[in-house]
Design a protein around this ligand. Structure first.
Ligand code: AMP
Length: 299
C-alpha cells in the first residue's frame, strides 16, 4: 500500500472574497500528500529552496509524510499567486515564480521504487514519465496535467498518457485536450490515448469517473461557506488515491468509494485557507462526512 507523489511544494499568495494570505504552504504534492495521509503513509518527491520555512516541513512530517525524497537546494521555493473572483469559480493567476522548481529533476530514492501506487501531479509530462521509468511496475499510476502542457508540450503529454493507467483532469482541460465540448465524448477520446480510468473534476459540480464499467458521478459537498478553493483538485486526488491504496483494490466499487473519499477531502480543503483545515482534521471527521455523502445521494 505504498503511495508515492511527485509534484510541487510551494509558497502561495491567495486573494479571495473571504480574505488574503501570503507565503502560505501550497503546492500540488503538499495538498495531495496531506489528503492521502489520512489513509496511508505517503512518500513525497519534490524540491524546495533554502527559504522554505521549517514549520511547514514539521507539519508535513507530522502528518506522516515521508520526506526522504524532498530535495532542499539553494535558491527560492516555487511561488504562486492566485486571485478568486466573487463566484469562486474563476481564478486569475497573479504570478508564477518557478525558482528551484525550474530545474526540478525528480530523483526517486531507491527505497521508493517499489511504490505500488504512484501519483504524478502537475509537472512537465516528460518528467512525469521519468518518474514512472524509475519505479518498478506500480499497480496503479495516475497523473494530472494543465493547459500549459496541453498547449506547449502536446507530444510529450501524449507519450505520458500512453503509459499511465489513470488521468485526473479539470473539465476545461479535458475539453482542451480533446477538442470535444461534450465531457462524455472527451473522456472517450482520452481513454483512446491510454488511461483506462479518466476522472473529470468539475469544481463545485463534483467529479465524473469514466472506466470500463461506464460512468459514475460524485457530487461536490454542498458547503455553506467556501474560503479558498486552492488545492481542491489535488486534495481530491489525494483522497481518491489514498483510499484506493488503503483498500488495495481497483474494482468498480473501490473506485466509486474512492471518488467519494476524494470529494470528502476536497470539501474539507476549501473550508479554510492553504492546508489549514487538514491541521486538526481527524479520520472520524472524514468518516462522518462520507456518511453525509451517502445520505446526500441516496434515493
Ligand atoms: P489547484 O487549485 O488544484 O490548481 O492547485 C493549486 C496549487 O498548485 C497551488 O498550491 C500552487 O502552488 C500549485 N501550482 C500552481 N501552478 C502550478 C504549476 N504550474 N506547477 C505546479 N504547481 C502549481
Amino acid at each position: 500500500m505504498s503511495l508515492l507523489v511527485v509534484g510541487s511544494v510551494a509558497l502561495d499568495d491567495i486573494e479571495a472574497p473571504a480574505g488574503s494570505v501570503k507565503s502560505v504552504l501550497g503546492g500540488a504534492a503538499s495538498y495531495f500528500g496531506v489528503a492521502a495521509s489520512f489513509f496511508v503513509p505517503v512518500r513525497v518527491v519534490a524540491v524546495v529552496g533554502d527559504d522554505f520555512p521549517e514549520p511547514h516541513v514539521k507539519f508535513l512530517a507530522s502528518r506522516g509524510l515521508d520526506l526522504g525524497g524532498l530535495q532542499r537546494v539553494p535558491g527560492r521555493t516555487f511561488r504562486w499567486g492566485g486571485r478568486y473572483r466573487a463566484s469562486l469559480n474563476e481564478r486569475d493567476t497573479l504570478f508564477t515564480e518557478l525558482g528551484v522548481f525550474e530545474h526540478f529533476d525528480p530523483k526517486i530514492p531507491p527505497a521508493y521504487r517499489d511504490s505500488d501506487w504512484v501519483f504524478l501531479a502537475n509537472i512537465q509530462p516528460r518528467l512525469q514519465r521519468t518518474v514512472l521509468e524509475q519505479t518498478r511496475a506500480p499497480r496503479f499510476s495516475a497523473m494530472d496535467t494543465m493547459n500549459f502542457w496541453i498547449e506547449g508540450a502536446r507530444e510529450e503529454l501524449e507519450k505520458t498518457l500512453a503509459v499511465v493507467k489513470g488521468l485526473v483532469i479539470n473539465d476545461e482541460e479535458a475539453r482542451q485536450l480533446t477538442g470535444e465540448s461534450n465531457l462524455v465524448r472527451a473522456a472517450d477520446a482520452i481513454r483512446l490515448l491510454g488511461p483506462e480510468v479518466v476522472i473529470v473534476k468539475r469544481g463545485e459540480h463534483g467529479a465524473l469517473l469514466f472506466d470500463d464499467d461506464g460512468v459514475f458521478a460524485a457530487p461536490a459537498f454542498p458547503l455553506r461557506e467556501v474560503r479558498d478553493p486552492t488545492g481542491a483538485g489535488d486534495s481530491f486526488a489525494g483522497g481518491l488515491m489514498g483510499a484506493l491504496a488503503s483498500h488495495g483494490a481497483l474494482d468498480r466499487d473501490s473506485l466509486r468509494r474512492a471518488m467519494i473519499y476524494g470529494s470528502v477531502l476536497a470539501s474539507f480543503c476549501v473550508e479554510r485557507f492553504s492546508l489549514d483545515r487538514f491541521r486538526d482534521l481527524t479520520r472520524s471527521d472524514i468518516d462522518v462526512r462520507f456518511d453525509e455523502f451517502r445520505r446526500l445521494t441516496a434515493f
